[in-house]
Design a protein around this ligand. Structure first.
Ligand code: ADP
Ligand code: MG
Length: 383
């Protein structure tokens, strides 16, 4: 089948209720490669869960095991009240969209949409009404008589999504569904997918390596690395309270700054006495200090001439440190400054920039004390 849409729903498995998906100690090895290493995760009914991680971390393998396209080498998969670990894909009542969105080229859009309904025992009226409803939902009513070759990339993607939802599966599985679209269309389409999912209320597992995409669509994000689940939480939890250095560095653009904090002397230099002594700001086992670019603030000494500089009161800032400004990048609504100090380079993101700050000059900056992240030698968050 040249289609990208796997119809893992058959007429006996059709259920329109929201089903949760539970993964218990799920494992998949290919010879020596442990692609998925003991993954346990409960996906709530109706939830939009994003599996996020770098290329090769095991996202697609996980999704393919949920779909039934790969057999786990260990663990268990449940959908709703059923254990499905070894159940045939077409019995699972799921629907999957892949990266490439090949449609049947000789069929019209309407026929492409209708195709997944063929194996179901439906009257012509029922088929027609489902096609009509799906087309309306995706705003492709005007395209029903066209062939895929006459459509833009974005329109073809909608038709592919339409084919996924038309059978009203128990859950949608999507593997990087937007990666073939250009940047602008990707942003637009991801909002549409999110909107559609909210409207339908169907449990969705969505795979991406793009943290920004994950943050913008997910109810919760499950961050994976090297076959292992690192953290699962709402976008805000993952951003604000990363459980380890990997998650902290993977989420956020520009990424979190990391500083060596293994010696008291260096910590003292970075954080100074401040309102609180440096050793009260960081636990003693701290090996690495993490500070997000937006939590690096220009100190009052350099912002006196700028109105509306939003930064915490000085009582919430560490002592100012002097750095060299190496690069200034204007972003329209903010500036990114690349700063160096004693050979350490880091990024500050500020709303407004005083005239006095320019590349090649020095500047005084301070960190927001309440937003410091501390990691131990194993990279685990301890503050
Ligand atoms: P992701 O989707 O996160 O990029 P994958 O799940 O595709 O990652 O792959 C995870 C790991 O498993 C990778 O190291 C990959 O090379 C390996 N892998 C995936 N599928 C196979 C396969 N069919 N045979 C051998 N190794 C595989
Ligand atoms: Mg993949």
């Amino acid at each position: 089948m040249s289609s990208n849409t796997l119809d893992t729903t058959d007429d006996t498995a059709i259920e329109t209720e929201k089903a949760g998906i539970s993964l218990t100690n799920l494992q998949k090895s290919y010879g020596d490669v442990l692609a998925v290493d003991g993954l346990s995760l409960d996906i709530e009914p109706g939830e939009f869960l994003v599996l996020l991680g770098p290329s090769g971390c095991g996202k697609s393998t996980t999704l393919r095991m949920i779909a039934g396209l790969e057999t786990p080498t260990g663990g268990r998969i449940g959908i709703g009240d059923d254990e499905v670990t070894r159940m045939l894909p077409q019995k699972r009542g799921l629907s999957m969209v892949f990266q490439s969105y090949a449609l049947y080229p000789h069929k019209t859009v309407g026929e492409n949409l209708e195709f997944p309904l063929r194996k179901m025992d439906l009257s012509d009226e029922e088929v027609e009404s489902k096609v009509e409803r799906t087309a309306r939902l995706l705003e492709i009513q005007d395209l029903l008589d066209k062939k895929p070759g006459q459509l833009s990339g974005g329109q073809r993607q909608r038709v592919a999504v339409g084919r996924t939802i038309i059978r009203e599966p128990r859950a949608f599985l999507m593997d990087e569904p937007l990666s073939n679209l250009d940047a602008q269309l990707r942003v637009k389409t991801r909002f549409e997918i999110r909107e559609l999912q909210q409207e339908l209320g169907t449990t969705t597992v969505y795979v991406t390596h793009d943290q920004e995409e994950a943050m913008s669509v997910a109810d919760r994000i499950a961050v994976m690395n090297d076959g292992e689940l690192q953290q699962v939480g709402t976008p805000e939890e993952i951003y604000k309270e990363p459980t380890n250095e990997f998650v902290a560095g993977f989420i956020g653009n520009p990424p979190m700054n990391f500083f060596d904090a293994s010696t008291d002397e260096h910590v003292q230099q970075l954080l100074g006495g401040g309102s609180s002594p440096a050793d009260s700001l960081l636990p003693s086992e701290t090996a690495t200090l993490g500070v997000r670019p937006e939590d690096v603030h220009l100190h009052e000494t350099t912002t006196a001439d700028v109105a509306n500089v939003s930064r915490p009161s000085d009582s919430a800032l560490t002592d100012p440190i002097t750095c060299d400004v190496t690069v200034i990048e204007p972003l329209g609504n903010a500036y990114e400054l690349e700063l160096t100090r004693d050979g350490e380079t880091f990024i500050a993101r500020v709303r407004a920039l005083p005239q006095t700050v320019s590349a090649g000059e020095t500047v005084e900056v301070a960190f927001d004390e309440t937003e410091l992240h501390a990691f131990d030698a194993r990279g685990e968050a301890i503050r």
